[in-house]
Design a protein around this ligand. Sequence first.
Ligand code: FE2
Ligand code: FE2
Length: 310
Amino acid sequence: MQTAEHADTQALSRYRSIFAPSTRRERKANFEDYWKFSQNHSGEILEEEQSLTKKKTKLAEFKTQAVRSKSPLPDPEVFYRNFVNLKDDPKTFDRKTLLLTCIYKFARHEWVGITAAWDYLPQLKDCKSITDKISRYHIAEEFCHVRLFHEMFETFHLDRVEWVPLGKWMRRIYAVFPYFPEFVMAAPAFVTELMGITFYMHVTRMLDDIFPDEPEAAQRIRELLNEIMVDELAHIGQRRNFMGPISTWFAPLMIRPLFKAFFADIPESSLLLDVNQMIRDAKAFNYSEVNKELMERTWVPSYCRLETQA
Ligand SMILES: [Fe+2]
Ligand SMILES: [Fe+2]
């Protein structure tokens, strides 16, 4: 009989580090493989709607089988007063509100970043290279995530959530990112994807603890997060594939400063999350830690899969 420990060791042996070396030829083949995977995974792009056909169907399923928490938040006005900018001391928030304002702030940064990138990138039909196609399609997937986040808030009867642009300066910073050349942006773009998956994994682990009296709603948040995480796991592989040897060497060094700077802007995070542990987890990221159900639906670069290395 196989022990749990043995099964774990087997799982651990299936993947190499996300920072495993790769050749230019391998990366070219991986872009082609990823592009096939993602179209099959998310469907046709809907440029006007900033959406994708399969993602749209999945969201509609969530909405037709909507789950709503048994009770609203203890004081929904605390959420509405603080979800965009903190007005009150977050130490006074109940943990549900604290988590939901934290998720909103994280997702809002994503939304601002993707809005800027969407305006910069050509439409899919006008993209010449496979990497431009991948990038356009990637942003469409991110817009679908914002809708899934929106559904999380509605799960807790928060029906008045709006996606509010960041201040002028932060908006300008996000707006110039797409103009940097790929060899400069490859490492930070990869690290932000890694930050996303690390954040979602930490949030997933907290759900039962934060919503003990709302098991159905907590489960719905988990399902919505899983939909996002399947894509994000593929995104980290895809963004890893943009990195040559120098970026692959440099990216781990950027994890700590980028995580620290990003979460410093979300004061709720220090009351909920262990940011230092998130940094350690990101540096040690390995697909083997991810649950099997997600791994079966996502995409991993060939050079991070051990079985293809023989
Ligand atoms: Fe994302
Ligand atoms: Fe992503």
